[in-house]
Design a protein around this ligand. Sequence first.
Ligand code: CMC
Length: 433
Amino acid sequence: MSDQRSLTLNENAKPIFELPVLSGTTGPDVIDVQELYKQTGMFTYDPGFTSTASCSSTITYIDGEAGILLYRGYPIEQLAEKCTFLEVCYLLLNSELPDNAQMQEFEEAITLHTMLHDQLSYFFKGFRRDAHPMAIMVAVVGALSSFYHDALDIKSKEDRDMSAVRLIAKVPTIVAMCHKYSIGLPFMYPQNKLSYVENFMRMMLGTPCDDFVPNPLLVRALDRILILHADHEQNASTSTVRLAGSSGANPYACITAGIACLWGAAHGGANEAVLNMLLEIGDISHIPAYIKKAKDKNDPFRLMGFGHRVYKHYDPRAKLMRATCHEVLTELGLHDDKIFKLALELERIALEDDYFIEKKLYPNVDFYSGIVFHALGIPTNMFTAMFAMGRTVGWIANWDEMIADPDQKIGRPRQLYTGATRRDVPAQHGTSI
Ligand code: CMC
């Protein structure tokens, strides 16, 4: 980063103050406003952070106009084609792709930590069977902090790495247990001989009565979905993790904050909302009425799985997910299934509609991931938990980067106050108590 240039803000053509301009390795420059309040007595106002960089980072780069997504400099398309999810985890955490020995060591560490402390299974039993899996997940991941006092010194790199391994290893086990609990089936213990994704699919979809035989194409599809969800720069949940972590909270508490934020329908909850919307539309003949609703300014209905805050071009993840979606539907012979035909028709119509074209509302990653999860037999209420499983590594990488930054400060935004100005409580108030 450099601060060679400065921005001069003018009033009546008279320069009143100068602000440094910082450049990253790629992407737009940023105006450094840290000294603005000192110089002017004013704050900047940017609800939703539409023009504000909240931190500097070396992890992920997005160019929303060009539809580019890079993890540590590598294009998402190449990572999705050539790497496994665990290799991508290693890359996000360590800045470089692993060699064979590094990968073997990392994979072994993850495999060795997939089991949960047995005491945690009692936690599940405190929930109603019909509790939303995200509610259970928030509680159980948060509870992990009570089990690992041995490695909670956030200033120690060794402890932070240990927490990263534990979270990446245990979150799939927790996700699968949330599902098994909700349908009343026994929990499945992890099996060390299986790969990360095979193991998850067995814990999620298998039962103790049968040998679970993973389908390689479906394993690869799920592995790719996890890669596509692994990180996405300073999105709402990652920013939440950073903000929670900035106070020195432990990593399990911070990741739990991220999971809670992800749950919302405008973020990770969208994949679940997509399927619910498709079920509500019900039939291809009803699509035009729903498109009309989505375009009506007076109707709050939005087409779930369309649009993105950052991508004003096709989301590169959606392009890859679309291909995966078709592979999975073909493999499972589902192209003629009613819900999938409906989804593909909705995609076709929205892509040709002037409203969606003008506003650059392309199908996003959640549109296709919802369809793939449904095809894999994962119930709708588990979709956001699946997203959380992929995103856990991105949250940890960002948390770790923030903690390791010597300039790190507690996050503390300011506000534009619009409430009542100072006033006195009426003299007669409360006299009857
Ligand atoms: N259906 C209909 N109209 C839409 C949609 C949609 N899905 N998305 C945006 N618009 C319209 C919106 O009404 C607005 O119109 P106008 O300019 O006339 O007021 C315009 O497009 C811009 O929308 P915005 O809400 O200002 O855009 P945003 O950047 O704040 O919102 C979004 C982005 C993703 C929240 C929004 O597009 C949305 O609600 N999409 C549906 C939910 C969804 O699929 N979310 C998943 C996002 S991708 C996963 C992730 O990374 O978390």
